[in-house]
Design a protein around this ligand. Structure first.
Ligand code: NAD
Ligand code: DAU
Length: 352
């Protein structure tokens, strides 16, 4: 049997594929469109590994997805493929709806047709796991209870609205067609291979380049940070043990204001890679205009996945962040490769 991982050349997808093949020998087919955020170098440790096959293509290409499913006797699909950056969704929402909504719809149709050809155990055991976000729940006040799976969807950015729409489609395919789907809604990830448009790698990259560290608004917005390795173990666990139709929130139980995260990164860099002038990287912190519609606080109530599936995060934030800073220091050529001309154009447009 084989699993199909869509979006497996991106940040979380590549961590998932590598982790999967470290844990077991079940083959993986990675399907990825290789947008600006997808990078084959993320999967370089698998080159020559017969258990892994890469197919370049879109989840929106139903004939291609259909072929990949049939030719590989796929027993599960894990869908990471998406446009994922909130700021990009604000400056240009259309690709988010093309990929996250219409792409997911097309993937669902291809998977539904394939599932219809299965019988017996293969049909009973087939799963489609759709990877989603806590942003579908909107924003929390400082003293409000963390997001539970029963919270209403109140997306505030075009990105969150597109992910919410995709979650609804996945749910509808379960209710209407009996497709055996699973949905996970996770909080902010960090770790190796994260594209340097997101807060943590952007700050590390800018610090080392002597550039400003842009903090939106007052920097007191709170995110619930989870190491990507913990997200991967949670997805594996949901895939192996959850009942069709189930949804699980996944989080780090680790709420931090952005400004504190950035100060921690500066302190880690001060110790590991001091500035030439002996001053702290914190001197590069610059408060800039806030993100429109910026959600103030996210926090995940992960009691369901803990109680039903026994999953809990294992990586402590201080250690995970230090390891992440070390990874970016050790992999400056990876950063140089992915920060191509297209990346520089984005940074120029976004930060002026
Ligand atoms: P990413 O932007 O790093 O990677 C997305 C990948 O999808 C890229 O490799 C890209 O090439 C690929 N892709 C884009 N459009 C495609 C298409 N039409 N067909 C096939 N591949 C396509 O994103 P990420 O941070 O790894 O996030 C992965 C998933 O997890 C997304 O669905 C995102 O919404 C979700 N998520 C992310 C976080 C986070 O903190 N990063 C948290 C919760 C959920
Ligand atoms: O919560 C899960 C979500 O986390 C995922 O669904 C998204 O795919 C992922 O991108 C992430 O969304 P955020 O918007 O929370 O992540 P980002 O790294 O863009 O920003 C984190 C926080 O830092 C947020 O409050 C905005 C702020 N920020 C971000 C950037 C890029 C800044 O203050 N300055 C910046 O330059």
């Amino acid at each position: 049997m084989t699993i199909l991982v869509t979006g497996g050349a991106g940040f979380i997808g590549s961590n998932f594929v590598i982790d999967w093949l470290r844990q077991c020998d079940e083959p993986v087919v990675t399907l990825d469109a290789l947008t600006y955020a997808g990078n084959l170098a993320n999967l370089s440790e698998l080159s020559g590994d017969a258990r892994h096959r890469f197919v370049r293509g879109s989840i929106g290409d139903a004939p291609l997805v259909d072929r990949v499913l049939r030719q590989n006797t796929v027993r599960a699909v894990v869908n990471f493929a998406a446009e994922s950056h909130v700021d990009r969704s604000i400056s240009g929402p259309a690709p988010f709806f093309e990929t996250n909504v219409m792409g997911t719809l097309s993937l669902l149709e291809a998977v539904r047709a394939y599932h219809g050809t299965l019988s017996g155990d293969a049909r009973a055991e087939f799963r489609l796991l759709h990877v989603s976000t806590d942003e579908v729940y909107g924003t929390l006040a400082p003293d409000e209870a963390a997001f539970a799976e029963s919270n209403p969807y109140r997306p505030n950015s075009p990105y969150a609205a597109s992910k919410a729409a995709s979650d609804h489609l996945v749910r509808a395919y379960h209710e209407t067609y009996g497709l055996p789907v699973l949905v996970t809604n996770c909080s902010n990830n960090y770790g190796p291979f994260q594209f340097p448009e997101k807060l943590i790698p952007l700050v590390i990259n800018n610090a080392l380049a002597g550039k400003p560290l842009p903090i939106y608004g007052d920097g007191r917005q709170v995110r619930d940070w989870l190491h990507v390795a913990d997200h991967c173990t949670a997805i594996r666990r949901v895939l192996e043990a959850a009942s069709p139709g189930a949804t699980y929130n996944i989080g780090g139980d680790n709420q931090m204001p952005n400004i504190e995260v950035v100060r921690m990164i500066c302190a880690l860099l001060d110790a590991r890679h001091p500035r030439g002038d002996g001053k702290s990287y914190a001197g590069q912190i610059t408060f800039v205009t806030d993100r429109p519609g910026h959600d103030r606080r996210y926090a995940i109530d992960a009691r369901r996945i803990a109680a039903e599936l026994g999953w809990r995060p294992a990586v402590r934030f201080a250690e995970g962040l230090a390891a992440t800073v070390d990874w970016y220091l050790d992999n400056r050529s990876w950063v140089a490769d992915v920060t191509s001309g297209a990346y520089r154009d984005w940074i120029a447009r976004q930060y002026g």
